[in-house]
Ligand binder design. Sequence first.
Ligand SMILES: [Zn+2]
Length: 191
Amino acid sequence: MADNSEDSGEPPKARRVVCDTSVLLAGGDPRSSTDDEVYITPGVLAEIHHDDDRERIETLRSTGLRVREATVDPLRAVEDAAQSTGEDKRLSQADKELLALALELQAELLTDDRSMQNLAAVLKIPYKGYAQSEIKGLWHWQSNWRCIGCGRTYDAEVPKNECRVCGHEVRKKHWRVPKGEAPGKRKPRGI
Ligand SMILES: [Zn+2]
């Protein structure tokens, strides 16, 4: 009886998107506003082995990427659909979890994987491709190396990660730049 969504005339509904890892690692960010919710699953995190990729995902998490586990029922629905369409062998466990989460959250699935798109269609999950889509807010990655002592920045890795000026540790930083913006626009701090 008590319906909390009743009173304030709800604000425009934020978009919910479940995102394929490859999309995120390629620099995609499907958010067109900060209210949009973007999800991946723990299984996706477990499949990421490269340090650089982990760092990228951590950066996205710090700016709001959510990690949520798919629950049993939607996962079962995905398994069933995968078997009946013959996509079963082409989908990893992580793929299925993403589909299940999209199903559960009634979110849009963002993926270029044909098998996942196919299954999404079967399950009536709205989906979008990445490479061939007009999604707003695409980014690419830039990195540099910055001394934690004197703040000097380097464009490439330095031997032993040791600052040539002061000898302190040099750490890699990643950040995202909107696509289309000239690379290197951000002014390096330090010297
Ligand atoms: Zn230094």
